[in-house]
Structure formats: structure tokens, C-alpha cells
Design a binder for this molecule. Structure first.
Ligand code: ZN
Length: 175
């Protein structure tokens, strides 16, 4: 399958009738909310996407999103690489009628279509990627220069014997 730039808006019902399938990319620069919450991000997001009707005749679209980002480790304040690989399965709904939502199998996440029956894939996938980020970014313990024991209140650290650099400055000023 050829790598294509994905459409930003689609009509999932029409696409399901055509059984459209995409393997393509989205540009991270088109996802400003995501860019803002990470310290770095790859230029592209790999997307695999397939539209179809399930056995009950419900329109669904499912696939995967993957990219890599840089986050700031909350333990050592250094950057860390983080790969994102998420799978999704959406079913379009119009309006938020509870009866419609209740009928939806649990495996499907409802996604609201606009008045033209379209879904904004760009926004939807941006949300999905943001939701996949860890709430608190931390290196794996073995990769983090700050060790867990440094964080705990254990023995009192030996007092630093080196002269305070500001004290030296004071001396110089006095001369
Ligand atoms: Zn760290």
C-alpha cells in the first residue's frame, strides 16, 4: 500500500461503503496542541486506518497511530524519547442521543460527526495522541541519572566543603 497524506476530513459512512483503507502520514506541525505539550516530536505521524461496516451494519473505522516524541523526565528534568503506539476503533454518531450511545458496543468509541456527516480526523487523532501521553513522564529507573534513593529522605548528605563561590566574590569586592 502506497504511503499517502491522509485526508483531514472524511465521511466515515461513505468511506465504509467503499471499504477505504489508508496507510499514510499526518504532519505533526498540523497538531499544535500536541506540539505544545511535548518538548520534541517527529515530523510525521504514521497512520493506518480502515473504514468498514461490522456484522451489525454499524460503521466503524479502526487503525493505529504511531510516532515518537520527546518528553521531560519529571525526576531529572532531562529529555527522554517516548514512542507512541495507539490503536483506536471509532464509530460515528450524529447527535449525542443516549439511546444511540447505549447501543454501541463497548469496544467502539463514539465520535460525533458534523452536519455534513464528516469527522475531522486531524483533531480526533491529535486528541488520541495527547490522551496516550503519560500523565507524569519518567525515565525507566535504570535510564534515569537521578536514582530513587536520591529522592528519599535517608542519611543527611555530608556538608559541601568547597567554599561558597559567592563568598569568594564578596572577598574580591572588598579589595
Ligand atoms: Zn530521568
Amino acid at each position: 500500500m502506497q504511503k499517502v497524506k491522509l485526508p483531514k476530513q472524511v465521511d466515515p459512512v461513505k468511506s465504509a461503503v467503499k471499504r477505504s483503507e489508508y496507510s499514510g502520514v499526518m504532519m505533526s506541525k498540523d497538531m499544535p496542541r500536541l506540539v505544545e505539550v511535548v518538548s520534541g516530536i517527529a515530523d510525521t505521524i504514521d497512520v493506518y486506518l480502515k473504514f468498514e461496516k461490522d456484522e451489525q451494519g454499524l460503521t466503524i473505522f479502526h487503525g493505529t497511530l504511531s510516532t515518537s516524541v520527546e518528553l521531560i523526565c519529571q525526576r531529572c528534568n532531562d529529555s527522554m524519547a517516548h514512542s507512541i503506539d495507539v490503536s483506536f476503533c471509532f464509530s460515528p454518531v450524529q447527535g449525542q442521543e443516549q439511546s444511540v450511545l447505549d447501543e454501541l458496543p463497548e469496544a467502539y468509541e463514539p465520535v460525533e460527526v458534523n452536519d455534513h456527516g464528516e469527522v475531522n480526523l486531524l483533531q480526533l487523532f491529535e486528541d488520541e495522541l495527547m490522551l496516550s501521553l503519560p500523565i507524569v513522564a519518567l525515565h525507566a529507573e535504570e535510564d534515569c541519572p537521578v536514582k530513587e534513593e536520591d529522592m528519599s529522605f535517608g542519611d543527611i548528605e555530608p556538608v559541601d566543603e568547597r567554599p561558597n563561590p559567592f563568598a569568594v566574590l564578596k572577598e574580591l569586592k572588598r579589595d
